[in-house]
Write a protein of this length. Structure first.
Length: 195
């Protein structure tokens, strides 16, 4: 068995068997060089693997589209796109617009993906979508296992947020729906006056 030591500064070939006229101190030095070289090789391999893993994670993070719950983002999709598929429409939805644009709307917490394909079924783009909750000016109140969320901009008002206690969520949703109905009903009666 031969071992070539490239790291000790000079090229040394060490045989598996020691020569008869070699001294024990020289054999120990050769063994120490071998172990030192193996240690350096492991360290270099570890550093290279860590660097590669970091680069892969950075590339994956760059490809992920992050959207805040109940908000939308405009993205560019390839021009030849004819079909868009969303992995889980409960997490996000996508609406294709003219000019190679699309609107991604966050609907629920989690991670999903979308795929843009051409007429031949070839994948033109595949991208992950991560939906998370708002972090600015939101206050979450816990009362035992019950949860309520408030939007504080600057006064704190009820906010409809996934994960809130059903009674709180339903009451807030009902109030919001009634308010929207009243606003739409009042908006329909706006006819020009004085004519």
């Amino acid at each position: 068995m031969h071992f070539v030591d490239h790291f000790a500064g000079s090229l040394t070939i060490v045989e598996g068997k020691s020569e008869q006229n070699a001294e024990p101190a020289e054999n120990m030095r050769n063994w120490s060089q071998i172990m030192s070289s193996i240690g350096r090789l492991r360290f270099i391999t570890f550093c290279a693997a860590t660097l590669l893993l970091t680069l892969v994670q950075m590339a994956a993070a760059a490809e992920k589209l992050t959207v805040v719950l109940d908000q939308a983002r405009v993205i560019r999709i390839p021009e030849r796109t004819s079909t868009v598929v969303i992995g889980n429409p409960l997490i996000a939805d996508i609406s294709v617009q003219t000019g190679g644009m699309a609107v991604v709307t966050a609907k629920g917490y989690g991670i999903t993906n979308f795929i843009a394909m051409d007429q031949g079924g070839n994948v033109l783009l595949e991208q992950a979508i991560e939906v998370h909750g708002p972090t600015d000016r939101v206050v979450t109140v816990y009362r035992g296992i019950e949860r309520e969320t408030y939007s504080c901009t600057p006064n704190c008002d009820r906010r409809i947020t996934l994960g809130d206690t059903p009674a709180y969520f339903d009451a807030t949703l009902l109030q919001s729906g009634r308010r929207d109905s009243q606003a739409q009903g009042a908006g329909g009666n706006n006819e020009p006056r004085g004519r």
